[in-house]
Design a protein around this ligand. Structure first.
Ligand code: NAP
Length: 499
């Protein structure tokens, strides 16, 4: 037998570190890790030791004979079909930790945000052997864990289980979690710097990108960010109202958030009742008339940003028919085995007969919104048919063909990515919506000079991509830079102790 990684993989790579035969890839130090949909176990080298199962925080690893859906075994195997992934060595290179200075008092670090990046940064500091450290985590809300609490869909409880690990981190000796403290409002960066050697921003990307098409601000045209916050009870969005009286909704965008909101809009309410969905959302969804959700991808199926495990899980969801509107590319024309697997799966879905389930998700590719229709509220969406063009840098873009169709609907949710907003007193790169940084050291973009003691991790550092656990390696890189600066005497001694 072999172990197999399944849908809830969070990419934290805890399994990679404990595998005695180096059969789980890509690891954080390997090409492709940052963009990997999930991690994969090589069935031909797995020795069934189960070490990976013990450390997986989200119960994603299952013995092949216990799989509910055997296609996950095919998906794990498919990764190793690529020539680049065929020859991994049987041991992993060991890295040595940064040297530390002689300490007369603890290193004091303030972390802004208690989501995945903040908690992983705290864990990396607390785990550093022989380091005397005092970590203070500041969270603006009264509940911790950021997107794990307020972003992950309520029917993905296994993914949310990582919160138990974060709870262990913030309750360790040396860690203090301060809830209801908004940095920039209740305490300034200068005050934090006066009380700490370093301030590490991990406050994520709470805003959303806009479509910039006419009608976008009509009632009934909303962001997926707000909808996700609403069904998860986020205090910024809990009071929102979403009109679910029409029989169709359109979700613009082709990422995992688009699949999440489409699924929550179509799941039988019984399937949500046992989750931690906000009660106001559960009762609104119980009265919903929406029977079809159209998910629009501006490029082709081979460019869909939703991940294969999420698509696999969707096809297994009771009560929802998934329909694919062609044309789909020929899988034989696709070199990357994981993309080929996804496209083959879409072909399989396209060939399936409807089961007669009460609700339907329609995946429509090569389609972009050009106008949200309606005079006082949304009545439809005008959609342009696209073709694919390759630009001078080799990137494949969508280009409108000039053909448009109107989709009648009462709700439009744009799900085209999160976006961070500028923070008081800090430089900001408007193009990437990140703090300009090198390996997590925030710097002045004009001169490249690091701002002493200021660091960044997570979506605010690299943009809004990756699963929960992708933030672990990202935070570890920032903490390594911070400790390098500490060892080199580049961190100013704190002048005051904050109360
Ligand atoms: P995402 O994965 O970056 O997807 C954004 C989508 O929006 C892409 O399909 C993109 O298309 C499309 N898009 C961007 N601008 C557009 C425009 N103007 N018009 C039409 N489409 C546009 O973002 P996300 O879905 O917000 O997810 C963020 C991250 O969280 C991702 O890494 C995701 O995997 C992760 N996540 C994971 C889970 C999970 O359950 N595993 C759940 C939620 C989120 P192009 O590709 O053409 O740019």
């Amino acid at each position: 037998m072999a172990y197999v990684i399944t849908r809830s993989c969070c990419n934290d790579a805890a399994c990679v570190a404990v595998c005695p035969v180096n059969c789980i890839h890509p690891g954080p130090d390997e090409p492709g890790y940052a963009r990997a949909e999930m991690l994969y176990i090589d069935p031909d080298t797995c020795i069934d030791c189960g070490a990976c199962v013990d450390v997986c925080p989200v119960e994603a690893i299952v013995a092949d004979f216990e799989l509910d859906d055997e296609r996950y075994a095919d998906l794990n195997r498919a990764y190793y079909a690529s020539p680049e992934h065929a020859d991994y060595p049987s041991t992993r290179p060991k890295s040595s930790p940064e040297p530390l200075p002689e300490q007369h008092s603890p290193l004091r670090v303030a972390i802004v945000g208690s989501g995945p990046a903040g908690c992983y940064a705290a864990e990396a500091l607390l785990n550093r052997k022989a380091l005397d450290v005092d970590v203070h985590i500041f969270e603006r809300l009264s509940q911790p864990w950021g997107l794990v609490r307020y972003g992950v869909a309520p029917d993905h409880q296994s993914t949310k289980a990582v919160a138990a690990q974060f709870n262990r981190t913030v309750t360790r000796d040396g860690a203090t979690l301060h809830l209801d403290v908004e940095v920039g409002v209740d305490v300034t960066l200068d005050e934090l710097l006066a009380g700490h050697h370093a301030v590490l921003y991990a406050s994520g990307a709470a805003d959303d990108r806009r479509l910039s098409v006419p009608g976008e601000d009509l009632p009934g045209s909303e962001s997926a960010t707000a909808f996700v916050g609403w069904y998860n009870g986020h205090p910024d969005h809990a009071g929102r109202d979403f009109d679910l009286t029409g029989d169709r909704a359109v979700v613009v965008g082709n990422g995992n958030v688009a699949l999440d909101v489409a699924r929550i809009l179509t799941l039988p309410v019984d399937a949500l009742a046992d989750t931690d969905i906000a009660p106001h959302a559960l009762s609104a969804l119980a009265g919903s008339c929406i029977a079809e959700v159209v998910v629009l991808g501006r490029r082709g199926a081979e460019h869909a940003a939703f991940t294969t495990p999420e698509l696999l899980a969707l096809t297994e969801t009771n009560g929802i028919d998934v329909v694919v509107d062609g044309p789909l590319p020929d899988p034989d024309d696709i070199a990357d085995p994981i993309t080929r697997f996804k496209v083959e799966l879409l072909h399989e879905i396209a060939g399936r007969a409807a089961t007669g389930a009460p609700k339907r998700i329609r995946l429509q590719f090569l389609s972009s919104p050009v106008e949200v229709l309606g005079s006082t509220r949304v009545t439809g969406l005008r959609v342009a048919r696209n073709r694919l063009v390759t630009d001078e840098h080799g990137a494949v873009r969508a280009e409108a063909t000039g053909n448009t169709t109107d989709i009648e609907c009462g709700l439009v949710l744009r799900s085209i990515g999160y976006r961070a907003t500028p923070l008081p007193g800090l430089p900001f790169d408007e193009r990437t919506a990140t703090l300009p940084n090198q390996r997590g050291r925030v710097h002045d973009p004009a001169t490249g000079t690091p701002l002493p003691g200021v660091y960044v991790a997570g979506w605010l550092k690299r943009g809004p991509s990756g699963g929960v656990g992708t933030n672990k390696a990202c935070a570890a890189e920032t903490v390594a830079a911070l400790l390098e600066d500490y060892a080199a005497g580049r961190l100013p001694e704190p002048r005051a102790v904050l109360r």
